[in-house]
Design a protein around this ligand. Structure first.
Ligand code: ATP
Ligand code: MG
Length: 635
């Protein structure tokens, strides 16, 4: 058996021994009395009786060995600020923030909602919460008042931490008016609001409720706030899923299991080592930001780069499509983490930028969040000359479910496949109607996970155990098994392929087609930059496929003849790849596709517009104009 196969087997056959070993990667005040409690499925409790603290593991425990080494590197191409914090400085900042939270009445178990741009104070706030046992709930900075209000109501925070403004591509977005409106809309009101003033937008303060961070922090300059030791199973944070498929779910995470899962993933999957630099281009508003901007790298003793801005602007705030590679060179980044959507943005830049900098420190680029199409994967692999490692996971899982564990044993990646099941995950392909396990190669079914779920996995839906059980564990008939709501297959070598969301099925005259398969075929056309395929109700066939394509050269956008020709080529291509049934009824050309703020395609919204229905809550959308354009096209 290969080394990884052996490692994986142990995690499944002897989970207690396996995870007891991984638990040694972090510090415990009290070690666990019971490694795994799976007595009440589908609920899983890890390291029961153990006491630890995330902030201690991310910050304090590194002080002795690497106190003066960089911990947090802040780079903003929005404000032109670049600043390093050593572990010691980070320790000071977090204690000041923790003291400020305590002064505002926050204690163990209280919720603190963080509505912040990508600035160091956001990470300080998260770590300060972890330090004192408060539960943070980070909401993506810049979400509109309606989305924010519903999250305030759900989390019922005692305190909200925010800032005057965020900035994107040089455009300042004032947060305070959005926050004030959200608090007005919410039935729950926080006791206090702590505000970082970046000097970007004026703020109107509400007497008695709003506090400027600078004033409070100054009062607590020399504060010493010890870490509160928490039960392993105590809640560290809640975070909402991206809302791609409907009402976001409040994912609740524990403390000890999460710390162990991250420490183990840094070693076995990301292969990041203490003293090195990790660069994740995500945002703290997403799970990747929690796991691999803030906690994961710091737990591993690495410096983490916190980047505010677009991938296409420099520190001088002039266009610079090479800024990320410039940072890789400057900070000798060894591990980088981004998303396919960001790579597609970079693909529009001069490819020479990938060769301009010394990227020899970089060992791998990890990509996650959506399917990595082969052309995009190849483009960045050729350009960078380092392994591109796709990894599949969910807000719910907290760390990768499918990828390769190069820290255990180097393994090849396959284009189009995120990889194989990670240790601790019993991944199955199940027949959607019968629930029967599909064990043959390339049989398509629902990707499911059998319990007990590994450390780091969500504990439940915040304050809604019933929703947790009903939504995730009861969708496959006759079995208590976790559904990812994604389609997948496993090939003869055991590599999985994700074929799209279970609700992205298009039913044409009784034939079921995956939008993802059609998209894959279309994106292979040399003139296609991006594509979304949705099923639209049709009187005759039940549903037909509609394709929306962002062409690489703009001719198809402005010239009807060019559009017609390209539409024909695309239809022919799909018919050739997948058969005439899969051929889209129409191909429409657009300048951009509607996406969530994290860059995920909003097929659900496109479909609604195509069917002249209300696309629902669009406040988490990146660019409402993209949807507007589709509406115009169809009118
Ligand atoms: P919601 O659950 O609220 O609809 P969401 O599923 O988009 O939103 P996330 O948890 O951010 O919220 O995303 C997880 C999903 O993203 C996965 O279920 C999968 O559909 C997709 N995904 C993530 N990584 C990959 C990947 N490497 N390859 C293919 N799909 C991926
Ligand atoms: Mg989801």
């Amino acid at each position: 058996m290969s080394r990884y196969a052996d490692f994986y087997r142990q995690s499944i056959d002897e989970p207690e021994a396996f995870w007891a070993e991984q638990a040694r990667l972090i510090d415990w005040e009290t070690p666990a009395a019971q490694v795994l409690d799976a007595s009440k499925p589908p609920f899983t409790r890890w390291f029961v009786g153990g006491r630890t603290n995330l902030c201690h593991n991310a910050v304090d425990r590194h002080l002795a060995a690497r106190g003066d080494q960089p911990a947090l590197v802040f780079v903003s191409t929005e404000t032109g600020v670049e600043r390093n914090y050593s572990f010691r400085e980070l320790h000071d900042e977090v204690q000041r923030t923790a003291a400020s939270l305590i002064a505002l009445g926050v204690g163990r178990g209280d919720r603190v909602l963080v509505y912040m741009p990508m600035i160091p104070e956001a990470a300080f706030a998260m770590l300060a919460c972890a330090r004192i046992g408060a539960i943070h709930c980070v909401v993506f900075g810049g979400f509109a008042s309606g989305s924010l209000a519903s999250r305030i109501e759900d989390a019922t925070p005692k305190l909200i931490v925010s800032a005057d403004a965020g900035s994107r591509g040089g455009k300042v977005l004032a947060y305070k008016p959005l926050l004030d409106e959200a608090i007005r809309l919410s039935a729950h009101k926080p006791d206090a609001v702590l505000l970082v003033d970046r000097g970007l937008a004026p703020m109107a303060l509400t007497e008695g409720r709003d506090h400027l961070a600078a004033a409070l922090l100054a009062q607590h300059r020399d504060a010493e706030v010890p870490c509160t030791w928490l039960e392993s199973t105590e809640i560290s944070y809640t975070i909402y899923t991206s809302g791609t498929t409907g009402r976001p779910k409040g994912v609740q995470r524990d403390t000890g299991g999460y710390a162990v899962a991250l420490a183990a993933s840094m070693k076995h999957i990301f292969d990041g080592r203490a003293g090195e630099t990790y660069f994740s281009t995500s945002d703290i508003g997403w799970v990747v930001g929690h796991s691999y901007i803030v906690y994961g790298p710091l737990i591993a003793g690495m410096a983490t780069i916190m980047y505010e801005g677009l991938p296409t602007r420099g520190l001088d705030r002039q266009p610079d499509g090479g800024i990320w590679w410039r940072l890789v060179e400057k900070y000798k980044v060894t591990v980088m983490f981004s998303a396919p959507t960001a790579v597609r943005v970079l693909k529009k830049q001069d490819p020479a930028l990938l060769k301009k900098y010394d990227l020899s420190s970089l060992r791998a680029l990890f990509l996650a969040g959506e399917p990595l199409d082969e052309p995009t994967g190849r483009w960045i692999a050729d350009g960078l000359g380092v392994p591109i490692i796709d990894n599949y996971w969910q807000t719910e899982s907290g760390w990768p479910i499918l990828t390769v564990a190069n820290g255990v044993e180097p393994m090849p990646s396959k284009f189009g496949s995120p990889g194989i099941p990670m240790y601790g995950y019993k991944v199955k392909i199940l027949h959607e109607a019968t629930g029967e396990e599909l064990t043959g190669a390339n049989e398509k079914g629902v990707v499911a996970i059998e319990g007990p779920t590994p450390p780091g996995f969500m504990q439940t839906v915040w304050r809604d155990d019933a929703r947790f059980v009903d939504t995730y564990w009861k969708s496959v008939p006759g079995k208590l098994v976790y559904s990812t709501f994604d389609w997948g297959i496993r090939d003869e070598d055991g590599y999985y392929y994700i074929l799209g969301r279970t609700d992205d099925v298009i039913n044409v005259a009784g034939h079921r087609l995956g939008s993802r398969e059609i998209e894959e075929s279309i994106s292979g056309h040399p003139n296609v930059a991006e594509v979304a395929v949705v099923g639209v109700a049709d009187d005759l066939k039940g549903q037909v496929a509609m394709a929306f394509v962002v062409p690489k050269d703009g001719a198809a956008l402005t010239d009807a003849a060019a559009a017609l020709a390209l539409e024909g080529e695309i239809m022919q291509r799909v018919a050739g790849d997948l058969g005439a049934l899969a051929r889209p009824a129409r191909v429409r050309f657009v300048g951009a596709l509607p996406k969530t703020r994290s860059g995920k395609l909003l097929r659900r919204a496109i479909q609604a517009v195509c069917e002249r229905r209300d696309p629902g809550d669009l406040t988490t959308m990146d660019d409402p104009a993209a949807l507007q354009q589709i509406r115009h096209l169809l009118a």
